[in-house]
Design a binder for this molecule. Structure first.
Ligand SMILES: Cc1cc2nc3c(=O)[nH]c(=O)nc-3n(C[C@H](O)[C@H](O)[C@H](O)COP(=O)(O)O)c2cc1C
Length: 319
């Protein structure tokens, strides 16, 4: 089995988020940070169903960012042979690590017995990790680590320790636990004792995820749970500077969103309307830099349908 070590440059990690953390968005967020305040990121999941992913597909998914902050490739699927073959492609595409998704609660994933549906059976989790760890160790000469990301359980969190052990036994070098179960979706309330249970069950490092809302929560999550790493999802969409805790001006926020807008619009299939849609997705949960006015003006921002008007509004804040 592999002796690969984790490539992260600090304990704070950006979560994979499908539909958001594509190469364009990731490149911008990584560019805001030093390797000391953001230790690593993940691609959104690459879904493996009817056939394994080829190297060029994985390369596109990873993007070509030259940041020193490592990016792991996340795979989701239920067929061990196709997943292992795709993991071999990930090694050739230069992925810093290969991560396995055991958390996705979407209907499509459940129907295909992938993502969180595998949490019903720790043995199948272990077998999947083992298949991928063996393929990646073989293909990379033991250089590239395999990691896994799971929810705390399917219907309840009673098996969190057994699932963590299955991931460790399978040969993963890190386990990220999103503390909500599949049944809990994205509920507001979180129970971090589940993270502590997972961390105590295994000797590989565990990454705490779920409900980290502000910079100070990063270290608090590590202290309260005994996890070695902490990962932020949605709060980083609302404040991409959350990893450094830097307080940013309204103008810097507007600059970030304009840069994101322009990068999407300039991408091969990009349109102004598509870019506006992505920006609105971020604006709905934006918290940094007092960017969005309160009250009625807020809904004007969030309900805006005209891309040109929205873009002018952002440019007006650059000063
Ligand atoms: C829009 C969206 C897309 C997501 N896509 C993925 C994904 O591709 N892979 C994955 O493992 N988790 C995915 N997640 C889950 C997040 O990585 C994270 O575990 C979850 O949001 C909990 O962290 P948070 O409370 O900090 O947001 C996604 C979450 C959201 C909101």
């Amino acid at each position: 089995m592999s002796s690969a070590s984790l490539p992260f440059t600090s304990p704070w990690l950006l979560a994979p988020m499908e539909g958001v953390t594509d190469p364009v968005y990731r490149g911008l967020v990584l560019g805001l940070h030093t390797p000391e305040n953001l230790g690593g990121a993940f691609t959104e999941f690459l879904r493996i169903s009817q056939r394994p992913a080829k190297v060029d597909e994985v390369t596109r998914h990873l993007g070509t960012d030259s940041s020193p902050i490592p990016v792991g490739l996340q795979l989701m699927g239920s067929d061990r042979v196709r997943m292992a073959e795709s993991a071999r492609s990930a090694v050739h595409a230069g992925a810093a690590l290969v991560d396995i998704n055991f958390g996705c609660p979407a209907k499509g994933a459940l129907k295909g017995s992938a993502g969180s549906s595998m949490l019903k059976d720790p043995d199948s989790v272990q077998a999947m990790v083992e298949a991928i760890a063996t393929a990646v160790a073989d293909e990379s000469g033991g250089r590239v680590p395999v990691t896994a990301k799971m929810r705390a359980g399917y219907n309840d969190a009673n098996s969190v320790a057994a699932l963590a052990k299955a991931v460790e036994q399978g040969g993963a070098k890190l386990l990220t636990v999103h503390c909500r179960t599949r049944a809990e979706g994205y509920c507001q309330e979180v129970d971090w004792t589940r993270l502590q249970t997972a961390a105590q069950a295994v000797s590989i490092p565990v990454c705490a995820n779920g409900g980290i809302e502000q910079h100070g929560d990063l270290e608090r999550a590590r202290i309260e749970t005994g996890c070695a790493y902490a990962m932020i999802g949605r709060a980083a969409l609302g404040n991409p500077w959350i990893f450094s805790g830097e307080s940013v001006s309204t103008g810097r926020c507007a600059r970030f969103l304009i840069d994101y807008w322009e990068a999407i619009a300039a991408s091969p299939k990009g349109t102004q309307r598509g870019a506006h849609g992505k920006i609105k997705q971020l604006l709905r949960i934006w918290t940094a830099g007092e960017l969005i006015p309160d009250g009625a003006a807020r809904s004007t921002w969030l309900r805006e349908n005209d891309p040109a008007t929205q873009l002018r509004r952002l440019y007006g804040l650059l000063a």
